[in-house]
Design a binder for this molecule. Structure first.
Ligand SMILES: [Zn+2]
Length: 101
């Protein structure tokens, strides 16, 4: 990933990091992964993480960059799951209400 001027990342390749692959996704992650020198990466918290709180990564699309429907579609297409993070739980209720009108 290469940071762009809007503080987002532009994918240029895929790599496998066994430790990072253990992290689950959230559309509101509590960490940020920083890649350095093309081979090293660091995990940095972006807010306080309590002792029993799960560490969440973002698999490429978060609630700031896409709406609920776009996120669900991308995560389903690329990772074959339906996101049920706290943000998505809240937004799914709103989305379902809009769909039922
Ligand atoms: Zn989500």
């Amino acid at each position: 990933m290469i940071p762009d001027s809007n503080d987002c990342s532009i994918p240029i390749a895929t790599a496998f990091y066994p430790s990072l692959s253990l992290l689950n996704h959230s559309c509101d992650p509590n960490i940020q992964i920083i890649f350095k020198n093309g081979i090293e990466c660091f995990v940095r918290s972006n807010r306080t993480i309590r002792s029993n709180e799960q560490i969440f990564n973002c698999y490429g699309i978060n609630y700031r960059s896409a709406d609920y429907k776009q996120r669900q579609q991308l995560l389903s297409d690329q990772y074959f799951f339906h996101c049920k993070c706290q943000i998505c739980k809240n937004e799914s209720k709103k989305f379902e209400k809009r769909q039922n009108k």
